[in-house]
Design a protein around this ligand. Structure first.
Ligand code: NAD
Ligand code: GLY
Length: 350
């Protein structure tokens, strides 16, 4: 006997991303703003002046990647149950990517899923983390290993939050902007080469172009069956660098900058990118004070660590390589010898 559950359906999860001064937001429901003490201290007053809700609660979790974990998730869930949140209630993620990923994840599991809105406050979260519905948390096995795809109902990107952002955090966000330009949009790359992102109008234009690029990619491949993996350009190398340096020396975007340089060297070996194009990417990263060099202590163990990457299988490693500037090539056909040769270029003796 066979019983079929007919589940074919068309779902419209489309949403708008507003890049502008935060508009007045009205909610006819219970709302919880999930944030951390740092962001709350700097910007909560402003946010509260823009929000009206049936009931409004503020839930804070400690600041830092190390708190993007089950204990914080449990604490927020506890608070939602205490305040009797229901399936019509709404969460607002107010902070950087840590708050955004974790709040989105909580929204995805609270009573099997409620709505949430992203109000990102770091450059990295404005151009990348808040867009596209990847949510999650870390555990003792690694970063972002638990999570769900759960799209926000809306994203409000107000660049004025960035005026309080430390310079290094700003640079980490720029690295992700450069990532989108190199892989998808040559005109955008050339715009960045000539831009002064300290100018607020130019920064807003760069945020818009990065978000448009990511929105387009997510629209093609929401659940990362193929193209979306291109957004991980530089990340295969970066994850090893972050791991080797115990997540202390580099911010994620800073490690991605070095990772992009490594990916570019691999792309040159594969005949996908010219040395001149790779130099242009390196110069653009350096324009924003991003490190582009790294000393690999042991190339064999660096290579072995690629197998821990979520994109790798037991027998092959997936590399996201630029195809010139403005294109991308996803491959598991890079030979170990060739990649080792690239890594040796970053070795102690190089
Ligand atoms: P973060 O959230 O830790 O923020 C960095 C620091 O800046 C924190 O101390 C934060 O409190 C502070 N901060 C936030 N806004 C501020 C402001 N306006 N002024 C001053 N300080 C401010 O880090 P992040 O770089 O925003 O995000 C990194 C996280 O995002 C990682 O957990 C990463 O896995 C995740 N991520 C997710 C995606 C995705 O698609 N879901 C993409 C990229 C990164
Ligand atoms: N930051 C990678 C992605 O959203 O897919």
């Amino acid at each position: 006997m066979l019983v079929n559950i007919p589940l074919k359906r068309v779902v419209d999860d489309s949403y708008d991303i507003t890049i502008d001064t935060l508009p007045k937001l009205y909610f006819d429901t219970k709302v919880a703003i999930v944030t951390n003490p740092k962001v709350a201290g700097l910007h909560l007053g402003y946010l509260l002046s823009r929000i009206s809700a049936k009931e409004l609660y503020i839930i804070t979790v400690p600041d830092g990647e190390e708190y993007k974990n089950q204990a914080s998730v449990d604490a927020v869930l506890e608070s939602l149950f205490n305040h009797r949140f229901n399936r019509k209630s709404m969460l607002i993620a107010f902070g950087g990517g840590v708050i955004g990923d974790m709040t989105g994840y909580i929204a995805s599991i609270y009573q099997r899923g409620i709505d949430f809105v992203q109000i990102p406050t770091t450059l990295l979260s404005q151009v990348d983390a808040s867009v596209g519905g990847k949510t999650g948390m870390n555990n003792s096995y690694g970063k972002n290993l638990v999570g769900a795809f759960h799209q926000p109902r809306a994203v409000y990107i107000d660049p004025s939050f960035l005026t309080t952002l430390p310079l290094r955090e700003f640079g980490a966000g720029i690295a992700e902007i450069i990532k989108m330009a190199v892989t998808f949009n040559k005109d955008f790359f050339e715009f960045l080469e000539n831009a002064d992102l300290k100018n607020p109008d130019i920064l807003q234009e760069a945020i818009k172009q990065a978000v448009q690029t990511k929105a387009w990619v997510v629209g093609q491949d929401e659940k990362e069956h193929g193209l979306r993996a291109a957004l991980n350009y530089g990340h295969t190398f970066a994850h090893v660098i972050e791991n080797e340096t115990k997540y202390k020396k580099y911010l994620h975007g800073e490690a991605v900058a070095i990772g992009m340089v490594m990916a570019n060297k691999t792309a040159i070996k594969m005949g996908l990118m010219s040395p001149e194009e790779a130099q242009r990417v390196k110069s653009l990263l350096e324009k924003y004070n991003l490190d582009t060099s790294y000393e690999i202590a042991d190339v064999e163990s660096f290579y072995e660590a690629f197998y821990l990457d979520k994109k790798s299988s037991d027998s092959s490693i997936k590399f996201i390589l630029p195809r010139a500037i403005g294109g991308v090539f996803i491959t598991d056909a890079c030979s170990k010898e060739m990649v080792i040769e690239v890594l040796l270029g970053f070795g102690k003796q190089a």
